[in-house]
Design a protein around this ligand. Structure first.
Ligand code: SF4
Ligand code: SF4
Length: 413
């Protein structure tokens, strides 16, 4: 190893988030190697120092058993590159994958609202969830809970309904953005007072992928043109005539809200024979089923690393929230939020869709929420982990994982 240049391939992500530890991760093969040895941490940090341009000479660090073992391990996993010094040849240069800050959305804060005219920030908006009404005669036990964790109907007292003129204005403005998906959510959509006009609206804007979210408790629901049907099913998972019609509709997708193992079994019986790709399993936290979440939702090291997680995903996790980015919720009372649990970004139509996108980009109620809590911000898996989502909010815990404090495995893992 003496007389060698040392560098890291572009496929290797390096985390220094856990102080005193370095973790290297192969973004194509899912391998990882980590070390707490100060001389190893220093070597990898040196590779990243701008003046070294991604390459250091191993001579500076050798002889050293710890370094030799670690570099040997990296070579075995194809996670580093070594190249012999050649007399009279200059030091090589190697470009490391570093975030392109040029296009950082934070730049908006400096530029201000003029940015709305210059660059088209409407491109950031890709999905709109329109909460049409909150009227429903059913009394599901999950009502008011599930919609804070997943896309689902909810009822309120007194019930609300979005005025038709506002709905038309909203969809018209969305047509000038990059929105591809529009989700229509209730209540019971059949109780929406302007149901007759929905069909025409869906037909008028065929560029959107329209989704009608309806609960199985409300029978076969309501259909509108080419809109797809998303059916929410929850305990007690009983069959009905409406459900039988829906299961024969190849465009209907089922979202199974489950709170415990027994409900999983009931739901399995209900959807037996329906293609697995038409069914989504959605655990719902009810305040008393933490064990169910620990067993089925909490991530362990293998879940996090074995993906593998691509460099692109890691970069996304560093800069934005992949659960929320690009989506706005428009509620029947005019409120607009980037996530159901987040604070309001404004009201429509008091603010235009474009202004609301600007508000969220600059205020960041959800779109750029990354793992910055006390525990996650010093974890070496910080950006390999999925972005934080609604379960963290519902459970009131920043880290839904089984990772103990330090994952430092000296040499490798
Ligand atoms: S069907 Fe939906 S809106 Fe109606 S009570 Fe059940 S969860 Fe609430
Ligand atoms: S949830 Fe937080 S603490 Fe747990 S592995 Fe992910 S980043 Fe680390």
């Amino acid at each position: 190893m003496k007389d060698c240049w040392f560098s890291l391939p572009e496929t290797v992500y390096v985390s220094f988030d856990n102080p005193g530890l370095v973790m290297l991760y192969h973004t194509e093969k899912g391998h990882q190697a980590s070390s707490e040895l100060p001389q190893v941490v220093e070597l990898i940090k040196d590779v990243y120092r701008p003046e070294n341009m991604g390459v250091v000479s191993l001579d500076v660090y050798l002889p050293d058993d710890g370094i030799e073992r670690f570099v040997g391990r990296l070579k075995h996993l194809e996670m580093c590159m070594t190249k012999a010094h050649v007399t009279n040849q200059p030091k090589p240069i190697h470009f490391l994958p570093i975030l392109n800050l040029q296009n950082d959305v934070e730049r908006l804060q400096e530029i201000g609202e003029a940015h709305m005219i210059g660059d088209n920030i409407s491109n950031y908006l890709t999905r709109a969830v329109i909460h049409l009404n909150t009227e429903c005669g059913k009394h599901c036990p999950q009502c008011g809970i599930a919609h804070r964790q997943t896309l689902c109907c909810t009822a309120t007292e007194p019930p609300l309904a979005m005025p038709l003129e506002r709905l038309k204005e909203l969809v018209g403005q969305l047509a000038a953005t990059s929105v591809q998906v529009i989700d229509l959510v209730g209540g019971d959509l059949r109780a929406y007072p302007h149901l007759g006009q929905l069909h025409a609206l869906v037909e008028q804007y065929p560029q959107f992928s329209w989704h009608l979210w309806q609960h199985g408790a409300n029978g076969e629901g309501f259909a509108a043109g080419k809109a797809k049907t998303d059916v929410v099913l929850s305990a007690p998972f009983e069959t009905s005539d409406g459900f039988e019609t829906l299961r024969n509709n190849p465009d209907a997708r089922f979202h199974l809200l489950v709170e415990n193992e027994m409900q999983v079994e009931q739901a399995e019986r209900l959807v037996a024979g329906i293609e697995a790709e038409r069914c989504e399993w959605v655990p719902v936290f009810n305040g008393e089923n933490l064990k169910f979440f620990e067993d089925n939702v909490f991530l362990d090291e293998d879940d996090i690393t074995s993906g593998p997680v691509s460099m692109r995903e890691i970069f996304c996790h560093q800069k934005l929230n992949t659960n929320y980015f690009g989506t706005l919720h428009f509620f029947a009372d005019g409120e607009v939020k980037a996530d159901v649990n987040a604070e309001t970004v404004g009201r429509f139509p008091d603010k235009s869709v474009l202004e609301l996108v600007y508000e969220e980009l600059t205020r960041n109620t959800a779109w750029r929420r990354i793992r910055s809590g006390e525990r996650c911000s010093v974890c070496c898996y910080r950006f390999l982990c999925p972005s934080p989502g609604n379960y963290e909010t519902a459970i009131g815990k920043e880290n839904l994982c089984k990772i103990k404090s330090t994952v430092a495995i000296d040499g490798d893992s």
